[in-house]
Ligand binder design. Structure first.
Ligand code: HEC
Ligand code: HEC
Length: 292
């Protein structure tokens, strides 16, 4: 039930949206260096031109597509649009060359799991089942958009300012558990001066995108030799896991040859995406917005 309510929020703020720019232009994102993460100007969007065609035709069961839609809406729709056709910061996936070349997640999966933090694409710790569902949804949307073409909606950033800051503070210190890791007078002091509007909401929901990127998840590896290695995660796919050694060089291991545990400080945020109700999210946002 909560998930369904959250999705209605995602539907409001995402879905190929064009956000009205604030006077400072800060809604564009926290970093000026993120040239690629700039919002797309719909007037310049090649919406009338067909995107690259799918190279390997694929069909997915409807149940898998529906499951993927739920995941996509709550975890990706904020940036890529709830219909995957592009949003404030995320590109239109139905016109992506990478998606066009993907077969069953072989191209999408690695991007999702490693992310491109410098470009504003967070990394996601998804199970194979969730990945399969998300991939099914993206391909299904691509097929639909190839047939239809897409319309774009506009949402005013003022829609964000409907929350109750007092209720938000209660949630932050209570049910939401945010105060277990954050303090309004500590790490989050002044957050509303650093990020405004949509950029603040994005930071609150997906801190693993943009700069500064949070610390990499920590991996504890048990090697066949009996040695235990603790190192930052570099990347992960279905079969391998790679960590950074003390010199910063990637060391890749076959998953089936080692035992490993990933300790991701960001996992609370991924879980939170499925927990926020519409009201909670607006309230917490309103509260953070007071931390100037
Ligand atoms: C915080 C915003 C954000 C979220 C959330 C997000 N993405 Fe992205 N994503 C981006 C940006 C920005 C890029 C473009 C990165 C670049 O320019 O290289 C991108 C790129 C991608 C690409 C590569 C497209 C290409 O053509 O190279 C894929 C695939 C993708 N995202 C899928 C997803 C999926 C699936 C999810 C949800 C599990 C998701 N993204 C969540 C911002 C986001
Ligand atoms: C288990 C720990 C944990 C919990 C619980 C948690 N977070 Fe976070 N949060 C993090 C980590 C780790 C980061 C990334 C490190 C960083 O950038 O400060 C982060 C980053 C953030 C940021 C961006 C901070 C910045 O300076 O850019 C905001 C905003 C935020 N979290 C809000 C929340 C809210 C709201 C809640 C409760 C609903 C919450 N967090 C719950 C661990 C947590």
């Amino acid at each position: 039930m909560k998930k369904v309510i959250w999705i209605s929020v995602a539907a409001l703020i995402a879905g190929g949206i064009v956000i009205a720019q604030g006077p400072t232009g800060q809604a564009k994102g926290p970093s000026k260096g993120q040239a690629k993460a700039q919002p797309r100007d719909p007037a310049q969007s090649p919406a009338s031109q067909p995107g690259p065609p799918t190279m390997t035709p694929q069909a997915y069961p409807i149940e898998q597509i529906r499951a993927g839609e739920l995941r996509f809406t709550s975890q990706c729709g904020f940036c890529h649009g709830r219909d995957a056709a592009g949003g404030e910061t995320g590109p239109d996936l139905t016109r992506s060359h990478l998606v066009a070349e993907d077969a069953g997640g072989d191209k999408i999966g690695p991007v999702l799991r490693a992310g491109r933090p410098d470009q504003g694409m967070p990394s996601f710790n998804v199970s194979d089942t969730d990945l399969g569902a998300i991939v099914a949804f993206i391909h299904d949307q691509k097929t639909k958009f190839e047939a239809l073409g897409g319309g774009r909606r506009a949402v005013d950033a003022a829609d964000l300012a409907t929350g109750d800051a007092t209720a938000g503070r209660r949630y932050f210190n209570g049910e939401g558990g945010c105060s277990g890791c954050h303090a309004a007078t500590g790490d989050l002091a002044g957050i509303a001066s650093r990020y405004q509007g949509l950029a603040l909401l994005q930071r609150m929901l997906y801190p693993s995108s943009g700069r500064p990127a949070p610390a990499r998840p920590k991996v504890t590896l048990s090697l066949p030799s009996g040695q235990t290695v603790v190192a930052p995660l570099a990347s992960e796919d279905e079969f391998t896991i790679a960590v950074l050694d003390p010199s910063g060089t990637r060391q890749t291991y076959e998953k089936k040859a080692v035992k490993f545990q990933i300790d991701d400080p960001m996992s609370a945020h991924f879980d939170q995406l499925g927990k926020y109700t519409d009201d909670d999210m607006h309230n917490v946002f309103a509260y953070l917005d007071t931390l100037k």
